[in-house]
Design a protein. Structure first.
Length: 385
């Protein structure tokens, strides 16, 4: 019954394509767990993932790649997998990534503790602390069941367990917030980086660059929304973008992923290309068709300060320049004015975008510097637990 409810929810939110992908993912992850149960004798680290999509990709799959470079055997399972309880016997360390607490998870946690094995709490968001819910604009659009999870705090029970000594997070800001509330916890910051798989996707797209790029004389601003929770982020620069679109008829706004544009954009609707969500493997080709990558966030919102700089990495590896809100994460990875731009207010957004729109050589220079920076500093890496 729970699976049926989830299916209906996904259908209403993402349509048939979204539901088909979620069903495919369900069988994929459960199939992997069955294989582990039947054939794996012993592993080292098991990620228990409660948040599918981009979060699982970056915080489980990519982090697992880093851990494997330390010589450990790492696997990933969904938190709802019926074999999870039995897999406890096969691993030594368990990383719980944004897990929604349930009776099954409680049994699994208790079994791990009985066997005196280690549990690590993992998050890439402030969702563990319900005190920040007033800053979550998307909260009002959630179902009542989802609201209950967030009011409780995602993974809070695991984080507050006295036998859970270590936490794994994606940004310095998240580390600070956990230490503020749980000073006894050891917090490891493992920044989001691009995996070997993502580098291959990027290089494959670059080899087809002349075919992929659109030779229509337009300058494209790209906004790539990873989830339906980013409307307020884009709204923070919407006036600037609308002004630029009205002023420049050769300017196009490309939106990829879920975003509810405000009605004021109807006057420039012919200059807007809106596409649905695409698999991460297809993302590089769509980014390459853009001239400037937009990464706006609400600068005074704690949830936004907790975000990583993924958008810079995904565009940078392709040589596409990024203009981003000056959060701690973006300012840490971007050399302002050299590998990209970190901006603080609407006036600065308009000024920098005007420069980049007018100057193709500047776009190329910044993009090449971003690609060099990402390749050198933000691919690969190790995470030795």
């Amino acid at each position: 019954m729970r699976l049926v409810k989830m299916a209906v929810k996904v259908y209403h939110r993402s349509g048939w394509k979204g539901l088909a992908k979620r069903i495919t993912d369900y069988f994929y992850w459960n199939g992997k767990a069955l294989f582990l149960f039947l054939f794996l004798r012993q592993g080292d680290v098991l990620f228990v993932s409660g948040c599918p999509g981009g979060s699982r990709f970056y915080r489980c799959e990519n982090q697992a790649e880093k851990i494997r470079r330390c010589g450990l055997k790492v696997k990933i399972v969904d938190q709802n997998n019926p074999l999870l309880f039995f897999l406890v016997d096969k691993f030594k360390i368990f990383i719980f990534q944004r897990v929604i607490y349930s009776s099954q998870i409680a049994r699994v946690v208790e079994k791990i503790k009985q066997q005196k094995k280690e549990i690590i709490f993992e998050t890439d968001d402030l969702v563990f602390n319900p005190d920040y819910l007033p800053f979550m604009a998307y909260f009002s659009r959630m179902s009542e069941e989802e609201k209950g999870w967030y009011r409780n705090g995602i993974g809070r029970e695991i984080l507050e367990d006295k036998q859970v000594k270590r936490c794994l997070v994606s940004t310095n800001y998240l580390a600070e917030k956990i230490k503020e509330k749980y000073p006894d916890k050891e917090v490891i910051v493992s920044y989001n980086t691009l995996s070997a798989k993502q580098v291959v996707w990027a290089e494959k797209a670059l080899r087809k660059k002349k075919i992929i790029q659109l030779q229509d004389g337009k300058v494209r601003l790209g906004y790539f929304s990873g989830s339906a929770s980013h409307d307020a982020d884009f709204a923070s620069i919407s006036d600037v973008i609308l002004t630029l679109l009205k002023k420049r008829k050769n300017l196009v706004l490309r939106i990829v992923g879920p975003l509810q544009l405000e009605n004021k954009f109807l006057v420039v609707e012919k200059q807007i290309e809106q596409l649905g969500s695409v698999p991460l493997a297809k993302l590089p080709e769509l980014i390459l068709q853009c001239d400037i990558n937009l990464a706006p966030l609400e600068i005074d919102n704690p949830f936004c300060q907790a975000k990583s700089a993924i958008k810079f990495l995904e565009a940078g590896i392709l040589g596409v320049p990024t203009v981003a809100t000056a959060t701690d994460s973006f300012c840490r990875v971007i050399k302002n004015g050299q590998t990209g731009f970190c901006v603080e207010d609407s006036a600065e957004w308009e000024k920098i975008l005007e420069r980049l729109i007018e100057d193709a050589d500047l776009r190329k220079k910044i993009g090449q510097a971003a690609r060099h920076s990402v390749k050198r500093d933000w691919t690969g890496g190790k995470l030795c637990l």
